[in-house]
Write a protein that binds this ligand. Sequence first.
Ligand code: DGL
Length: 271
Amino acid sequence: MTGPVLIFDSGVGGLSVAAALRRHYPEAALCYACDNAWLPYGLRPDAALVRRIVAVCTAAVEACRPAVLVVACNTASTLALEPLRRALAIPVVGTVPAIKPAAALSRTRHLGLLATSATVRRPYTQRLIERFAADCRVTCLAADALVGEAETWLGGGELDAARLDAALAPLWQAARAGAAPLDTVVLGCTHFPLLTPTLSALAPTPLAWIDSGDAIARRVGQLAAPLAAAGGERSRGLATAPNAVLARALAAYGFQPPAPLALADAGAVAH
Ligand code: DGL
C-alpha cells in the first residue's frame, strides 16, 4: 500500500507501539503524531476529548496521507474509535487493554490493570474484563502519574521515585496478597511499556507485564500489507506543541524533530 503507518498518541506513549511496529516491519515508513498540547488525555472530560481526537487525527491524516492509522492510545481508543472510523476513509487500528492474553497467562487468576483514570472507568474496559477475564480477580489501578513519569524519562529527565512508589503501592499490595496474589499486569496505557524495566525492578515479586504492541503490529500487517518502505529516511514527526524535549524522545525512536500540526477545527483547539 502507498503511504506510511500513522501512529497517534497524546504524547510519547505511542513510541512503545512504534517500537513494536519496527520489530515486525523494520523497513516500513512510519509517521508519528502526538497531541502533547492536551496531555494528559486520561484526565480530560470525554465529550471534549472525542472532538479533539477526531480533529487531531483528521489533521494528521491530511498532513501525512497514511495507509492506516494506529491509535496508539488506550484512553483515545476506548472512547473514540467509532467516531474516528466514521470521519476517516482509511483503516483505523485501536489499542485497548490486553485483558485477553493476560487472562490466558495468569496462573493465580489475579490480574492487575494499570491504566489512566479514564481507561479504568470506561465501559469498553469493563466489557473486556467481563468477556475475557470473568473467572479472574482484576485489581484496577488508575496510575496517571506514570504518564508524566514516562514523558520525563523519554525526554532525558530523572524518574521521581516517591511518585512512582505512591502510584504503584496498591499493585504491590495485590502482588503480596495471601492465597491468590496478582501475577500478571496489563499495561493499559501505551506510556507504561516505556517504563517496564523500572516497573520490574520495583515489583516485590516477579510479575508478567503484558502490553498490546505485538497484537497491534500483527493487525496492521493484516490490514495494510505490503507496507510502504521508508527508503532509509528518518520517519516524520508531528505535534500540536513541538518542543526540544519531545524532539529528543522522538529521535531515540528514529523520528525527525516534530513539525507543528495545525488543526482545521477551531472548536477543538481550546483547552
Ligand atoms: N498513552 C495514553 C494511553 O494509552 C494516555 C496518556 C494520557 O493520559 O494522555 O492511554
